[in-house]
Design a protein around this ligand. Structure first.
Ligand code: NAG
Ligand code: NAG
Ligand code: NAG
Ligand code: NAG
Ligand code: NAG
Ligand code: NAG
Ligand code: NAG
Ligand code: NAG
Length: 410
C-alpha cells in the first residue's frame, strides 16, 4: 500500500516540476515582459545621484541580468507588463540624500511621483519636473528641498506642457517655514488641481492667496496649515470658482481674522471638513452662515478668541460628527448649546470639545439622546450643579472631562 502511495506522490511531483520548468522557459522567451530599457536607464541614473541610509528601497534596483525588470523594483510601478512604462515612483521615507538626476524626465509616462520624507537638502526642486507632462500627483513634502519658490514652481507650468493634468501638489515645508513665497501667481494655471497642500511654507507676503486659490475650479482639498497667511482681501473675491468643489479646508495656524468668514459664508455646501484653529477672531462669534453648510461633519476652531454663543442655525447641521471649539471665549448656557445640537446632530455627534471657554455656564443637561457621543470635553468652564446620573447610561461614551468646573458628583 505504502509503495503505491509513494509512486503516486512521485508522479505528482514530477508533473509539478515539469510545469514549473515550462513556465520558466516561456517567461525567458517572452520579449515583452519587463520594463522599457529607456525607463530602466533613467531609474539607474536616478539611483546613482541618490544616497540612501536605512530602509533602502533602492537596494532592489540593480544592473544584474536577473534584475532587469525594473517594474519589479521596489517603489516602481509600471502601466502594464506589455509596455513596461513606469507610471508611478514612490520613494517616500527612504532617508535619501543627494541629487535628483535630470534623467528623470525620460520617464515620460510618469503620473505619480513621491519623494516625501527624504533629505534632499541643498538640492532645488529640479526644474525639469515641469516637463513630466503626464504627472498627476507630485509629493515633495518634507523632502528638505531648498525651494526657490518663484523660479522653481513656476516651471511647473511655464513649459509647454499640459500642466492642467496635475491634480495633487503636496509640498508642506520642512524645516518649518524654510520655504518662502512672494506670490502664488502660478497657481491659477494649474487648473486641474484637486489637492493643494503647502503647509508650513511661509506665505505671509502673499496678499492675494485667496484669489489665487479661488481660481481653481476643481479644488477639493486645500491645506494651508501654519503658513502665516494674512487676512484675505475679500471684496475682490466675490463669486467663488472653488466654493462648490471644496470638500476639505484647513487654514489653521495663520494670521487670519474674521474676514475669512465672508468667503466661507458663500456657497460652501459641499464642505465636509473645516479647520480654522489658531487664528485671530477676537470680537467675532461663530458665523450663523456656517449652519448652511449642510454637508459639514468636522468643524474645528480652537484657540481663536471666538466670542458669543452657538448660532441657532447649527440646528440645521445634520451630519455634524466632530465639533472642537475649545480655548475660545464662548459664552452662554450649556443647555442652550445642547438644545441646538440635539435638533439634528443628536444621532451623528461623536466628539464635542468645548473646554476652556470660561463663560459657558449653567448645569449639565441630560445627554442620553446623543446616541453616538464618544468623547465629551467640558472642562474649564463655569458649570455648576449635579452631574446627571443618566451619564452612566451612555454606553458609547469613552472619554469625559468635566474638570475645573463647580460640578458636584453623581
Ligand atoms: C540631511 O542631510 C544633510 C547633509 O546633506 C545633513 O547635514 C543633515 O543632518 C541631514 N538631516 C537629517 C534630518 O538627516
Ligand atoms: C516644448 O516643446 C518642444 C516641442 O515639442 C520641445 O522640443 C521642448 O523640449 C519642450 N519644452 C519643454 C520645457 O518641455
Ligand atoms: C498662465 O497661462 C497663460 C496661457 O496659458 C499664460 O499667458 C500666463 O502667462 C500664465 N500665467 C502665469 C502666471 O504664468
Ligand atoms: C515669514 O516671513 C516673514 C517675512 O516675510 C517673517 O517676518 C515671519 O517671521 C515669517 N514667519 C515665520 C513663521 O517664520
Ligand atoms: C474663475 O476661474 C477662471 C479660470 O481659471 C477665471 O478666469 C475667473 O476669473 C475665475 N472667477 C473668479 C470669480 O474668481
Ligand atoms: C482683517 O484684517 C484686514 C487686514 O489687516 C483689515 O483690513 C480688516 O479690517 C480686518 N477685519 C477684521 C474684521 O478685523
Ligand atoms: C442660509 O441659507 C438660506 C437659504 O439659502 C438663506 O436664506 C440664509 O440667508 C442663509 N443664512 C445665512 C446666515 O447666510
Ligand atoms: C461663574 O458663574 C457665576 C454665575 O453663575 C458667576 O457669579 C461667577 O463669577 C462665574 N465665575 C467665573 C470664574 O467666571
Amino acid at each position: 500500500m505504502t509503495v503505491v502511495a509513494n509512486m503516486v506522490e512521485a508522479r505528482c511531483c514530477f508533473k509539478l516540476l515539469y510545469a514549473i520548468v515550462v513556465a520558466l522557459l516561456l517567461h525567458m522567451n517572452s520579449p515583452c515582459i519587463g520594463c522599457s530599457e529607456r525607463d530602466r536607464q533613467a531609474l539607474l541614473a536616478l539611483k546613482q545621484g541618490l544616497v540612501g541610509d536605512d530602509g533602502d528601497r533602492l537596494l532592489s534596483w540593480g544592473r544584474e541580468a536577473q534584475n532587469k525588470n525594473c517594474c519589479q523594483w521596489e517603489g516602481v510601478y509600471c502601466s502594464s507588463s506589455q509596455t513596461g512604462h513606469v507610471v508611478k515612483l514612490d520613494l517616500e521615507d527612504q532617508s535619501l540624500q543627494g541629487k535628483i538626476s535630470p534623467e528623470l524626465v525620460k520617464l515620460q509616462h510618469l503620473e505619480y511621483l513621491s519623494l516625501r520624507f527624504n533629505n534632499l537638502s541643498r538640492s532645488q526642486i529640479p526644474d525639469f519636473i515641469g516637463s513630466l507632462s503626464n504627472l498627476r500627483h507630485l509629493d515633495l513634502s518634507s523632502a528638505n528641498f531648498e525651494v526657490k519658490f518663484q523660479t522653481n514652481l513656476e516651471t511647473l507650468h511655464t513649459c509647454n506642457i499640459s500642466i492642467s493634468a496635475l491634480k495633487d501638489i503636496l509640498l508642506y515645508a520642512s524645516p518649518v517655514n524654510s520655504i518662502h513665497a512672494k506670490n502664488l501667481n502660478w497657481l491659477p494655471n494649474l487648473s486641474g488641481l484637486k489637492h493643494l497642500d503647502l503647509s508650513y511654507t511661509n506665505l505671509s507676503d502673499v496678499v492675494g492667496w485667496l484669489e489665487a486659490v479661488n481660481m481653481l475650479p476643481k479644488l477639493r482639498k486645500l491645506i494651508l496649515d501654519g503658513c502665516s497667511l494674512p487676512p484675505p482681501i475679500i471684496f475682490s473675491v466675490s463669486i467663488m470658482n472653488s466654493s462648490n468643489s471644496l470638500v476639505h479646508v484647513d487654514l489653521s495656524r495663520n494670521n487670519l481674522n474674521s474676514s475669512i468668514f465672508q468667503w466661507l459664508s458663500g456657497t460652501h455646501t459641499n464642505l465636509v471638513y473645516l479647520d480654522l484653529s489658531i487664528n485671530y477672531f477676537r470680537g467675532s462669534s461663530i458665523p450663523a452662515a456656517f449652519g448652511n453648510m449642510s454637508s459639514l461633519e468636522y468643524l474645528i476652531i480652537y484657540g481663536s478668541e471666538l466670542e458669543g454663543g452657538f448660532p441657532n442655525s447649527f440646528a440645521k447641521l445634520c451630519r455634524l460628527r466632530h465639533l472642537e471649539l475649545y480655548r475660545n471665549s464662548l459664552s452662554g448656557q450649556l443647555t442652550n448649546f445642547v438644545e441646538i445640537l440635539s435638533e439634528c446632530a443628536q444621532n451623528t455627534l461623536e466628539y464635542l470639545h468645548i473646554s476652556d471657554n470660561k463663560d459657558i455656564v449653567g448645569s449639565l443637561p441630560d445627554l442620553t439622546n446623543f446616541l453616538s457621543l464618544k468623547h465629551l470635553f467640558l472642562g474649564g468652564n463655569n458649570l455648576s450643579g449635579r452631574i446627571p446620573k443618566s451619564i452612566g447610561q451612555m454606553s458609547k461614551l469613552e472619554t469625559i472631562d468635566f474638570g475645573r468646573n463647580s460640578l458636584e458628583g453623581f
